[in-house]
Design a protein around this ligand. Structure first.
Ligand code: SF4
Length: 244
């Protein structure tokens, strides 16, 4: 079985165990025509030829900590907090010289600081005990670390190790639904639909492109539809226009 098929089969198994009652419809993972897919891809390539992760990091460990801190927090805030934190505490060993209370104070402004501090310390211990202090390059191993869910593992896997993965965050989920790439509020099913629709080699880049597109153009509250070249094939825009 190819790596791509294996990943989609794995995610199908996970998805089957999830309550799908919120889905509008999800009969077929591939909801998007080939022409529409090509148009979306070429437009995103035009807008974001070389998209970059907006979190600052110098090592897989720094990225992992930053992604854990970014839950329910802006990248800008995480970068401010991490620029101070990483001056002294940018390895699992140095991080573990902090008590939970001390770490909580340093990351307080990122929100959910109690759980985030607890997870960062547990994850750092795991890295030392199980992986010689290194962040593992395997998606499965990443997901077994404390505080690391599927989205975080996918971000680290694709960004730090250039693995093929699509992390589905709030921007990717919203944009994918609006464009009709999927019709679900379940991130796993969205990920499955995107993996089925786009070439595996493009997954990591696509994640970053959709994040940028969602942050700056297809915003949650005020999407810039009038300036969007994808409006002609956008389900959300067509729906809005029909209701004006
Ligand atoms: S037309 Fe509007 S809703 Fe559709 S993708 Fe563009 S910005 Fe988003």
């Amino acid at each position: 079985m190819s790596q791509r098929k294996e990943k989609i089969t794995n995610i199908n198994t996970i998805s089957a165990n999830i309550d799908a009652t919120k889905d509008v419809s999800f009969d077929n993972a591939k909801t998007c025509s080939d022409n529409k897919t090509l148009l979306i891809k070429s437009n995103l390539d035009e807008l974001y030829a070389e998209p970059k992760c907006e979190l600052n990091y110098r090592s897989p460990y720094e990225l992992l900590v930053a992604v854990i801190l970014s839950a329910q927090c802006t990248d800008k805030r995480v970068n401010i907090v991490c620029s101070e934190l990483f001056k002294k505490y940018n390895t699992p060993q140095s991080m573990l010289t902090l008590t939970q209370e001390e770490l909580e104070k340093k990351i307080h402004s990122c929100g959910f600081y109690h759980n985030k501090a607890k997870n960062i310390l547990s994850m750092s211990k795991q890295l030392i005990n199980e992986y010689g202090g290194q962040v593992p390059e395997s998606l499965d191993k990443l997901q077994r670390l404390a505080g690391v869910g599927r989205k975080t593992a996918n971000v680290v896997y694709s960004e730090a190790f250039k693995g093929n993965a699509i992390a589905v965050d709030t921007h990717v989920l919203r944009v994918s639904n609006r464009l009709g790439l999927c019709k679900t509020d379940n991130p796993l099913k969205c990920e499955q639909a995107l993996m089925s629709t786009f070439d595996e080699k493009d997954w990591g880049k696509l994640h970053l492109q959709l994040v940028h597109f969602g942050r700056y153009i297809c915003k949650a509250q005020k999407p810039q539809c009038e300036n969007c070249k994808l409006s002609s094939i956008c389900d959300y825009y067509v729906h809005i226009r029909h209701n004006i």
